[in-house]
Write a protein that binds this ligand. Sequence first.
Ligand code: FMN
Length: 323
Amino acid sequence: MTFLSLAPLRGLTDAIYRNTFARHFPGFDLAMAPFLTTFEGSKVKSARLADLLPENNKDLPLVPQILSKDAHQFKILATMLFDLGYETVNWNLGCPYPMVANKGRGSGLLPEPDKITSFLETIADMPCRLSIKTRLGRQSSAEIRELLPIFNAFPLQELIIHPRLGIQLYKGKVDLEAFAFCLAHSTNPVAYNGDLCTFADFQRLSRRFPEVQRWMIGRGALCDPFLPGQIKGVPLPSHPLVQLKAFHDELFTLYGQRLDGGSHHLGRMKGVWFYLAASLKNSKKLLKNIQKTKKIETYCALIDHFFAKEAQWQQQPPPPNNE
Ligand SMILES: Cc1cc2nc3c(=O)[nH]c(=O)nc-3n(C[C@H](O)[C@H](O)[C@H](O)COP(=O)(O)O)c2cc1C
């Protein structure tokens, strides 16, 4: 059985995006929320949890994610999430950005096996289950070789591996040899994540790793929202543009209702188009014009014109380089 999750993309896959996506496109079984950071003390501002409230996440099961190097604070936040109804919480050990990693969080913790062991020992009695999302290391894939026996000592719900190093950010190739090593040496269920952008990618990866049942897709699904359905065997609809436009229009309306001021609203839609444009022929000029515009009225005119006159669906788009 193929189990598909939507990867967390901070600034993009918030509750509105995740749930609107699930209402318009089949295929995903689950979404992981972008990370929350831990905080001092035992109270959290309710606004920080709004994205995770069950009433805002009715259309797709969700796993919340925490970015932290402080096990006690992690446990407090994970327990709050458990009280909201989440049985599993994910620990982010993959974030590559220097301002996170240089402070020993995300992929910055990967060269510190002792700290990871003591973190896991401290949170072992929390009420919810733990899953981990990791890279191969910060500087070297030797780091994951040392970490796998540590992870194996804890019953994880799953170990999601994006087979790159932190210092690579999103550049360079995924290291499938190192992923194969992890698969062979993990006693926890392993999920694959990284550069799965087309159905052909899925066929190639699933042939190479037939034992993998769990797959996580980020940018590939934001570029081609039909991809998860295609992987699950759902045929492409006869009018994909109609479905894409309906998805776009609902996102536009919901973000307009939630975000104060045109610039936030516009900023969010620019993020959507950064990826979605890859699925549409003739979208280069549109993307350039959308990125330039400062007025919501101009944005609407551009979109209306594009869908009425120029848009053409293009399957298996190349992924945009987000660096
Ligand atoms: C803009 C952006 C934001 C991201 N935010 C998160 C995040 O909050 N938590 C996380 O674990 N990974 C985050 N990631 C990494 C993705 O979840 C995923 O691991 C990565 O994009 C590789 O998968 P893909 O090639 O399918 O996109 C982010 C990636 C991007 C490009």
